[in-house]
Design a protein around this ligand. Structure first.
Ligand code: PLP
Length: 467
């Protein structure tokens, strides 16, 4: 076989175009010395995600890579599944983490359940619920779309009315924690109503998993997907997901195969679940180092305990909101449906949203979230999630915000924001002390812990370095 150019000249350029004119050779202009080693700046991640990763997760990701069928790796994968079941609060055998970010989880959930022509209900009340609608549309769903103003949540009655107007609804898509607005959408009632109408429920828990209560089995949610980079505390790159037996039956009884070979759960399950066949079949090369990171972040989550994690989010949310409100930043999300993990506030009149965020980043290394779509420039989203949810971050942000807003001419009372947050922390500290006093000598038992026993020293570290 003749070859017109060596592989080297093919990729690096031979200095001639097809019409014979001279072109600058890429080998001449490219100098690897011009590309510096990356130096990652420090950042306080208090935006809509990612949040900071646990040092334990980052350290584990730097270990040597393992093959996807290495017995050591299979053990790690199996423990990831076990811990994910604890965090999702489910017994579903088909529970694992798909390579890709939260959107890959969304794609996997929807492409497995939806066949062209299926009737699907989209509950749209923000950016991510709209992304689900767009995906289902591309998959050939016959959509019924109900919309709510951004910053509000659906009532069960609205969902019921929509379902009554459909012939044979197959899937109801709902976002549990709408990151774009800071709304917590209750999904237990929605699931009950959906099942009464014979529909499956897919819930987006990208921001809710490990952030606030999410009871997959108790609420009977058929498919729940998430991401690693929010309340779990691992870097972005994996999408935890769980399918219940009802959802797996629907997948096995499809009329046409799932269009995506990669995400087809009937194939993925042969690798994830050792279905009594005595082995796992290769489906794709598992991203082993990313899974090491998730393993450690999940371990840290369960050492802390899910309820403690939720309580920590609630406390820091209460503190940050108290501080932001003294700066004249009003809450955006509907009262009674506010997330702890994502605190959305209105940008005050006359203040340039972009300028504030740029200064936070440049002067303080702090990232907060901007408004998306229809609320662009109108809201800020302050995340207190996972490893990022701690007092020093909250107090630093409030002090920085106070400084920047005052400099931009916004009326603030010096020191009030951090004082308001500190008052909240002091209240929590007093309550905690009062609760702890009578049980000081008792053995602590944490029902979310996995593994045989976790040394009390790790438990102390897990919680102490977070508070
Ligand atoms: C609620 C929600 N759903 C889906 C996504 C998409 O996840 P990712 O950006 O990890 O793909 C996000 C990301 O922020 C989200 O907050």
């Amino acid at each position: 076989m003749s070859q017109s150019s060596s592989p080297r000249s093919h990729f690096e350029g031979n200095g001639h175009s097809s019409n014979g004119h001279s072109l600058p050779s890429q080998t001449q202009v490219f100098d690897i010395a011009s590309i510096p080693e990356i130096k990652i700046p420090p950042r306080v991640l208090m935006g809509a995600g990612p949040s900071a990763s646990y040092p334990e997760a980052l350290r584990a990701m730097g270990a040597n890579t393992l093959g996807h069928l290495d017995p050591e790796f299979l053990g790690i994968m199996s423990n990831v599944g076990t811990m994910l079941r604890r965090v999702f609060k489910t017994e579903n055998p088909i529970t694992g983490a798909i390579p890709g970010t939260g959107t890959a989880g969304m794609e996997a959930a929807l492409c497995n359940l939806i066949e062209p022509g299926d009737e699907v209900l989209a509950l749209v009340f923000g950016y991510f619920s709209n992304r689900m609608r767009q995906m289902a549309e591309r998959m050939g769903a016959v959509l019924t779309v109900v919309e709510r103003p951004w910053g509000t949540a659906f009532t069960p009655e609205e969902v019921e009315t929509a379902l009554k107007g459909m012939k044979r609804p197959k899937v109801v898509m709902v976002v549990h924690a709408e990151t774009s607005t800071g709304i917590l959408q209750p999904i237990d009632e929605i699931a009950r109503i959906a099942h009464e109408h014979g529909a499956l429920v897919v819930a987006d828990a990208v921001t809710s998993l490990a952030g606030c209560p999410l009871l997959t089995d108790e609420w009977d949610i058929d498919v729940v997907f998430s991401g690693t980079q929010k309340c779990i505390g691992a870097p972005p790159g994996l999408a935890p997901i769980t399918f219940n037996p009802r959802a797996m039956d629907a997948i096995r009884n499809r009329k046409v195969p799932v269009q995506s070979w990669y995400l087809d759960m009937s194939l993925v399950e042969t690798y994830w679940g050792d279905q009594g066949s005595g082995g796992r079949a290769y489906h794709y090369t598992a991203p082993s180092n990313a899974l090491f990171g998730l393993h450690e972040a999940l371990r840290m989550t369960l050492i802390e305990g899910l309820e403690n994690r939720h309580a920590r989010h609630e406390m820091h949310s209460t503190a940050v909101m108290a501080g932001l409100q003294t700066l004249g930043l009003d809450p955006f999300a509907q009262e009674g449906f506010r997330l702890w993990q994502i605190n959305s506030v209105k940008v005050p009149q006359g203040i340039d949203d972009q300028m504030v965020r740029t200064r936070l980043l440049k002067d303080y290394n702090i990232e907060i979230g901007a408004g998306l779509g229809p609320v662009k420039g109108q809201i800020w989203r302050v995340g207190v999630m996972g490893y990022s949810a701690n007092r020093s971050n909250v107090l630093l942000l409030l002090s920085a915000m106070e400084d920047i807003l005052a400099d931009l001419g916004h009326k603030v009372e010096q020191g009030r924001a951090t004082e308001a947050a500190q008052n909240i922390y002091h209240d929590y500290d007093r309550q905690k002390k009062a609760k702890e006093a009578p049980i000081r000598l008792e053995t602590q038992h944490n029902e979310d812990n996995v593994g045989e026993s976790i040394p009390s020293e790790s438990v102390a570290q897990g919680v102490a370095h977070q508070d």
